[in-house]
Design a protein around this ligand. Structure first.
Ligand code: C5P
Length: 411
């Protein structure tokens, strides 16, 4: 069997547009293209001007077997496969390496060269493989750009960690060509739909408990974990209803979003729809207490009042109320703890009557609130497992896999 014959897997016939921007990692993209064509993918390459300082179009033409495009307004190129045709042709666009500059341009929707124009003009899924100096990667501007792209459902692959061409050590290396091949293969592999036919409801984000018309009590929950779970569950075939407190995240594809502010509203919205659900995941950081009275007018600062006491009353416990229903869905809760994680999580599991609880250590860096990564300890009545530090999308998939196993055991 020849090498090519041995690769007749998921990439055969796929149409992949590789965008190369200016970075030292560009030399690795020749290898990526070679591995993709070996697997019988059809690959077209687009280069930015600065990419050509690192690798020649001729090299990419040789490994892709197709002319390399690099200019937007080139009559000769437009007579071949024009840029709109190329945009329509692609099933997946992978920008590798994606420099800090290219990420910024993609995030702000510029269309001043061929690659950025194609990314705007194409309905294809966009994936970026960031590659840059660790300081540039860590800069809030780059992080903001990546967050914007991720919110628009751009796949962000990497970067990896390690020694950099400039001598620094840290995050910012482009993933290795074979790691990118794996991610591309995964993208083209039809996924099993273990949640097909299942109605799944989630709560996510913080709640806001009003004090007066302009003030409220709330918390730092970003909603990222709940939204990642909603996206992953929809991807795995579930019919997803996401009851969300106020967050700035885009609604994942295929998910029905119901917006609420207070714990009382979240409770009412969940209860109104819970009867149809087979699975309920309580990911929201619900305020435990709300002000007893909400002032009708703004509470004023007065010269004679140095102290103020706000009386709070307990909010309904949404997840406990769901778990107490006679035909309760498979119910999963979350626990955010700063200490004695296992003990508090197990206690919550039994006290609230849950089927499973996912606990995270909010005291640790990169865990929980507002972070893009998390690690979870998951407990059920007679077992437990650890899901190690990973980005919230990867973690969401792992948690859902555990949920399917235990949901199937139960029914
Ligand atoms: O008791 P504690 O707030 O630590 O429990 C956390 C779990 O309970 C989370 O799953 C959270 O979404 C849920 N919860 C709820 N309603 C509340 C408080 C917490 O559903 N009022």
């Amino acid at each position: 069997m020849s090498l090519t014959e041995s690769f007749t897997g998921s990439l055969a016939g796929s149409r992949i547009l590789i965008g190369i921007s200016g970075g030292i990692a560009a030399y690795k993209t020749a290898e990526l293209v070679r591995r993709l064509t070996e697997r019988q993918a059809q690959v077209r390459v687009v280069m930015t001007d600065s990419a050509k300082a690192f690798i020649t179009p001729l090299t990419l033409q040789a490994v892709s077997g197709a002319p390399v495009s690099d200019t937007l307004l080139d009559p000769a190129a437009e007579a071949g496969m024009g840029h709109i045709e190329l945009a329509k042709w692609a099933q997946l666009i992978v920008v590798a390496p994606a420099s800090a500059n290219t990420l910024a341009r993609l995030a702000s929707g510029l269309a001043d060269d061929l690659l950025s124009t194609l990314c705007l003009a194409s309905p294809a899924q966009l994936a970026v493989a960031p590659a840059m100096n660790q300081q540039m990667y860590a800069h809030p501007a780059t992080q903001d750009n990546l967050a914007v792209l991720a919110q628009r459902n751009t796949l962000v692959w990497g970067p990896g960690q390690g020694a950099q061409a400039c001598g620094d050590i840290g995050s910012g290396r482009m993933l290795e060509p074979m790691e990118l091949v794996g991610l591309i293969e995964d993208y083209f592999t039809p996924h099993a739909q273990p949640f097909a036919g299942i109605k799944l409801m989630l709560t996510a984000g913080p709640t806001r408990e009003a004090l007066d018309p302009v003030r409220f009590i709330s918390n730092h929950s970003s909603g990222k974990m709940g939204f990642s779970l909603a996206a992953a569950a929809a991807h795995l075939g579930a019919e997803v209803t996401l009851v969300s407190g106020p967050v700035t995240l885009a609604t994942p594809a295929g998910v029905t979003r119901l917006e609420v502010e207070s714990a009382a509203q979240m409770h009412a919205t969940v209860m109104a729809h819970i009867a149809e659900q087979q699975i309920f995941i309580a990911c929201a950081a619900v305020a435990d207490y709300a002000p007893k009275t909400v002032a009708k007018q703004k509470i004023k600062k007065t010269a004679d009042r140095d102290n103020m006491v706000i009386e709070l009353v307990k909010n309904p416990d949404i997840v406990a109320d769901v778990a107490a229903l006679p035909n309760k869905p498979f119910t999963v809760g979350f626990a955010a703890e700063t200490h004695d994680l296992a003990q508090y999580a197990r206690d919550k599991l039994t006290r609230k009557g849950l089927d499973m609880i996912a606990a995270n250590h909010i005291g640790l860096a990169d865990h929980g609130f507002n972070s893009d990564t998390n690690a979870l300890s998951v407990f059920w009545s007679n077992g437990q497992t650890e899901l190690g530090l990973a980005n919230k999308s990867a973690l969401a998939r792992q948690l859902l896999t555990l949920i399917t196993e235990h949901y199937n055991d139960r029914s």
